[in-house]
Write a protein that binds this ligand. Structure first.
Ligand SMILES: NC(=O)c1ccc[n+]([C@@H]2O[C@H](COP(=O)([O-])OP(=O)(O)OC[C@H]3O[C@@H](n4cnc5c(N)ncnc54)[C@H](OP(=O)(O)O)[C@@H]3O)[C@@H](O)[C@H]2O)c1
Length: 388
């Protein structure tokens, strides 16, 4: 039996994780849950999974949850940053699943690692912002970090048995569905609405990552994530558009052989693998039947149509705090697009402006990163406000 704590339990990854736990009640027990402010969903989850501890970041929401759970014994409800960190570091947890997303997950991630917890990791923004510091903390504390993000899990699986042979890798190929606008001409992208951008052709995910998929910033962030996770040079990471999302990513070896990981578009498989690694269990996910007539397409990515990809490569090449700026400002511009304050093609334009204004710190400390996170968000906001 493995005890797990889930950060972001009310989100898309969190709900899928609880589905995995429910499927394998004899293998996993939930000991703590954390979310931002979704009282209703967290209440249902607590009644069903009976964790010892739960936390909501929002104070009023946490008070409301306490009221609603008056009849529930043996559960402690906390709030704010301290509450989320208590979930991340709870004694009973063997593994913490970090499904919060965004810079909000940064301090809880470090808290969990420093508390000696193994990490099932999906928060790409944290890896983009401070990959070097996360990996250093993982090494120092002797914990494991198993990726869940589809492409990272695919590469992690392809590298099984070859993790100590980085010189054998010719390149990593990250597959991208291309998002809802892969067939939309660039000139039409200026007018697309949040509703259109939220209609992902292959995956059901939270709003932020769905918009990032539409701009293809998601793939750009993954390039930076892969650089850290697999300790590989940027010029050995390529993107290939694969509209079916069946091949989740590939490793091409020096001898010309390519290994791919295939599967249905169901995050439960990746989540479960991060919890059972190096073992496997059955899942209720649909199975991939290649006997059905299927055609798999692979195409180069159009960087001119999706400028966020080049912004991400630039941030990764320059390094230091520039990836922090990219990721933190992206959280603000995506919100502004969802609120219809800016247009779809303003997303890369505002990001470029914020990046241009930044004075890069080459080897940032965690404190530097937290400062730059604030700076990038407020600078993005002032650029957006100045445009209104
Ligand atoms: N969804 C996918 O299939 C998928 C695939 C690959 C990678 N990822 C990555 O996984 C991460 C999560 O994505 P998602 O799609 O699951 O997002 P989501 O559906 O928006 O869920 C975010 C979760 O984090 C919680 N949260 C947000 N801010 C918080 C805060 N300040 N304190 C505590 N909890 C907070 C939310 O709580 P409330 O519900 O209360 O707001 C929610 O539970 C992202 O980094 C994304 O890139 C997701």
């Amino acid at each position: 039996m493995k005890n797990i704590a889930i950060l972001g339990s009310t989100g898309s990854i969190g709900k899928n994780t609880l589905n995995v736990v429910e499927t394998h009640k004899d293998a996993f027990k939930v000991v703590a849950l954390a979310a931002n402010k979704d009282v209703g969903t967290l209440e249902q989850q607590i009644r069903k999974f009976r964790p010892r501890l739960a936390a909501l970041n929002d104070l009023d929401a946490a008070n409301c949850l306490r009221e609603r759970l008056r009849d529930c014994e043996g559960i402690e409800i906390l709030s704010g940053n301290a509450g989320i960190q208590a979930v991340a570091t709870i004694d009973e947890a063997d593994q913490v699943l970090d499904g919060m997303g965004g810079s909000a997950g940064l301090l809880p991630t470090f808290a969990a690692i420093n508390a000696g917890k193994d990490i099932a990791f999906v928060n790409k923004e944290v890896m983009v912002m401070c990959g070097a510091l996360v990996l250093e903390a993982v090494r120092r504390n002797g914990v494991s970090l198993i990726p869940i993000d589809g492409e990272m899990s695919a590469i992690f699986q392809c590298l099984e048995g070859a993790r100590d042979k980085p010189a054998d890798i010719h390149r990593l190929l990250l597959t991208a569905s291309g998002g809802p606008f892969r067939d939309t001409p660039k000139e039409n992208l200026y007018k697309v609405t949040p509703q259109q951008a939220l209609r992902h052709p292959n995956w059901e995910m939270g709003a932020k990552i769905t918009i990032d998929s539409a701009t293809m910033m998601n793939k750009g962030l993954e390039v930076i994530e892969a650089k850290w996770l697999f300790d590989i040079e940027l010029d050995k990471i390529d993107i290939v558009v694969h509209r079916e999302s069946i091949v989740h990513s590939m490793v091409e070896w020096t001898d010309g052989s390519t290994l791919a990981q295939l599967g249905p578009t169901d995050m439960r498989i990746m989540i479960q693998y991060a919890l059972t690694y190096p073992n496997r269990l059955s899942t209720p996910a649909p199975r991939l039947d290649l006997r059905e007539s299927r055609t798999l397409h692979f195409e180069p990515v159009d960087r001119e149509k999706f400028p966020c990809i080049s912004l991400a490569y630039t941030a990764a090449e320059v390094g230091g705090t520039l990836p922090v700026v990219l990721s933190s400002a992206d959280e603000v511009v995506v919100d502004a697009f969802l609120n219809e304050t800016i247009g779809f093609m303003d997303i890369p334009a505002v990001l470029q402006c914020v990046m241009d204004k930044h004075e890069v710190i080459a080897d940032p400390t965690l404190e530097d990163i937290l400062e730059v996170d604030k700076w990038a968000k407020s600078t993005a906001l002032s650029i957006i406000n100045a445009q209104r």
